[in-house]
Design a protein. Structure first.
Length: 198
């Protein structure tokens, strides 16, 4: 029996030694795998973070590009809007005479669109106008305050024709309210500033 005990102890000792070697081998393999995989994992994680930040930068740049493209398009659309200030061919006219020539063109647009005018008030060289303040010696300025009656379509056409008008003018105010008895008719308070070279 003692031989059996020795064999058993020896077997147990060898088994412990084998298990220990197996555990150390498995631990070594796991450590080697981790050592091999961890840098790759860290590289992938760094790439992912870089990709995320680059994606955000790209989105910001695309938004900025779209804004710039919209600004360029708006500038291109507005490039044809620049207009000359009215200059009368008649010399020696006072402010009223020069502006009267320009105003007759506006009246023609009003008539062509069958708009009725209830009243027109004039103010020559208004003190709050930027042209009068900055270059009053070079320009005649007249602010016209008009009360008009028109249909929606006629008023729309009137505004389109004013927009196409060949000379520089400023639409300062438009107040529109429907007529109580017939909602298809508009009561309009309209303020327009005309400019002419002296």
């Amino acid at each position: 029996m003692p031989e059996q005990e020795i064999d058993t102890k020896e077997i147990l000792s060898k088994l412990k030694y084998s298990v220990l070697i197996l555990v150390l081998t498995v631990a070594g393999v796991i450590a080697a795998i981790v050592m091999k995989i961890y840098p790759t994992y860290m590289a992938i994680d760094a790439l992912n973070k870089s990709y995320t930040s680059q994606t955000q930068v790209l989105a910001e740049k695309q938004t900025e590009l779209q804004d710039l493209q919209a600004a360029v398009k708006k500038q291109e659309d507005m490039s044809g809007i620049e207009k000359e200030v009215f200059e009368s061919s008649d010399t020696g006219l006072d402010a009223e005479g020069v502006i009267a020539s320009e105003f007759s063109e506006i009246l023609e647009i009003i008539r062509a669109n069958t708009i009725k005018t209830r009243s027109i008030n004039y103010e020559y060289d208004p003190k709050d106008d930027k042209f009068v303040q900055g270059a009053g010696d070079k320009f005649n300025v007249a602010r016209l305050s008009m009360e008009m009656i028109a249909t929606y379509k006629n008023f729309e056409n009137f505004l389109k024709e004013l927009y196409k008008h060949e000379h520089f003018l400023d639409i300062s105010k438009i107040e529109v309210e429907p007529y109580e008895k017939d909602k298809s008719i508009l009561l309009i308070n309209f303020e327009l500033t005309l400019y002419a070279k002296k």
